[in-house]
Design a protein around this ligand. Structure first.
Ligand code: XLS
Ligand code: NI
Ligand code: NI
Length: 442
């Protein structure tokens, strides 16, 4: 493989994107995302910790099951794999720095094409990692998380860590080891496991208990290896109920937390919650965030949105300020992410074929989150939202309610008290009023 360093610009027509305020009509400016503006005690950039997803933005081709690629990138033209990978990285860092994104995230195979040769793949990854390190140093961009793609190669069709054939499990191990090495070499702050094929298509041919034990064993091996190498970051599990597998073991936040607890992994792992995965699981995104936050497990977020008219992972860019405001309320009340940030796991549409479309997508998404952050902060600071919710539980703050919370009452006590209270009055949940509070600040 040859070594060339390109100076070519891939988005020469797009300037660096700066904050111009809500009144601006410049399509290449932020209206709400003002990185250094202090909100709730820290700058926006530290609340939001935005990351570019290498796979969607620089590896996605626009192809779908019915049609050929439509995103024909200038960085994909060279015959040599390392040359191609460097071109792609030049384009990625040009894009990331023009947007002022502080972070990026990748799968191993996003950085450089793999073959079936383990040693060669390791060499490839090391070569492009060296290049990435230079890019990070000269730009100040950091790695939010790395991961291994354990779902695209044909060997993983029956799963990776949960594959019924140990030989495939070993290959998954080799790949995760190299991806961890790359993540650590780049100072990656976290490492993600998304188990797209860790699950089953049919229970008839599946020993579910054994597969889940293998998954836990595998996670322990990965964690132990990284810790031995001095990695101090978080491991994240990204829940998803299905797709591509019919039933995925990491179904949702509650399921994953139970799994981590059962297999003694809670201390090292947290969750990476993805919007569209939450909706596929039959939850709202807010529900998944709250479940994670309540357990101190809110690690990071994959930001995108689904489509209310269909049932798959469409990975569209986020733009719903109302839903994002409700999400930011939970994140602010939780004190922010534990180690992670907001990774745009989203892709432009197949028919979005202008190079500028990738910028418009990210500008809109970053502005939507910034605006949601401002709205959520205003709701918490200026409205009765928090105190109204607290008041609903006031009967537990003193007296017998408090004794109940403290474990000082028996079931017989409850019966005795019920009789003395008589029938309680109906107390409104005031949902519509709560909804109005949110809208008042948008
Ligand atoms: C797919 C997942 C994937 C993970 C990383 O649905 O969101 O992109 O984020 O493997
Ligand atoms: Ni994701
Ligand atoms: Ni996804």
């Amino acid at each position: 493989m040859s070594i060339t360093t390109g100076n070519q610009l891939y988005f020469p027509q797009v300037p660096a994107i700066v904050y111009e305020g809500p009144g601006s009509d410049n399509p290449f400016a932020f209206r709400w995302y003002d990185a250094s503006r202090v909100v709730a005690g820290k700058p926006m950039r530290e609340h939001l910790r935005f990351a570019c997803a290498y796979w969607h933005s620089f590896c996605g081709s626009g192809a779908d099951p019915f049609g050929a690629p439509t995103h024909l990138f200038a960085w994909n033209n060279k015959p040599d794999a390392l040359d191609r990978a460097r071109d792609k990285m030049d384009a990625a860092f040009e894009f990331i720095t023009k947007l002022g994104l502080p972070y990026y995230c990748f799968h191993d195979v996003d950085l450089i094409d793999f073959t079936d040769d383990i040693a060669d793949n390791e060499k490839r990854l090391q070569a492009i990692t060296t290049y990435a390190l230079e890019k990070q140093k000269s730009s100040g961009v950091k790695l939010l998380w790395g991961t291994a793609n354990l779902f695209s190669h044909i060997r993983y069709m029956n799963g990776a860590a949960t594959n019924p054939d140990f030989k495939v499990v070993a290959h998954a191990g080799a790949q995760v080891k190299a991806a961890l090495d790359a993540t650590m070499a780049l100072g990656g702050e976290n490492y993600v496991f998304w188990g797209g094929r860790e699950g089953y298509m049919s229970l008839l041919n599946t020993n579910m208990k054994r597969e889940q034990e293998h998954m836990a064993r595998f996670l322990h091996l990965a964690k132990d290896y990284a810790r031995q190498q001095g990695f101090t970051g978080n491991f994240f599990i990204e829940p998803k109920p299905c797709e591509p597998t019919k039933h995925q073991y990491d179904y949702d936040a509650a399921t994953v937390i139970g799994f981590l607890r059962e297999y003694d992994l809670l201390a090292d792992f947290k969750l990476n919650i993805e919007v569209n995965h939450a909706t596929l699981a039959g939850h709202t995104f807010q529900h998944e965030l709250q479940v994670a936050a309540d357990q101190g497990m809110l690690g990071s977020m994959d930001a995108n949105r689904g489509d209310y008219q269909n049932g798959w992972d469409t990975d569209q860019f986020p733009n719903n300020i109302h839903e994002l405001t409700e999400a930011m309320l939970i994140i602010l009340e939780a004190g922010g992410f534990a180690g992670g940030g907001i990774n745009f796991d989203a892709k432009i549409r197949r028919n979005s074929t202008d190079p500028e479309d990738l910028f418009h997508a990210h500008i809109g998404a970053m502005d939507s989150f910034a605006r949601a952050l401002l709205c959520a902060d205003a709701i918490l600071q200026q409205s009765e939202y928090r105190s109204l919710r607290a008041q609903r539980y006031a009967s537990f703050d003193t007296g017998e309610g408090q004794q109940f919370e403290q474990g000082k009452l028996s079931l017989t006590d409850l019966r005795r008290l019920a009789e003395t209270y008589g029938e309680p009055p109906l107390t409104s949940g005031r949902q519509e009023y709560f909804e109005n509070i949110i809208n008042r600040f948008i």
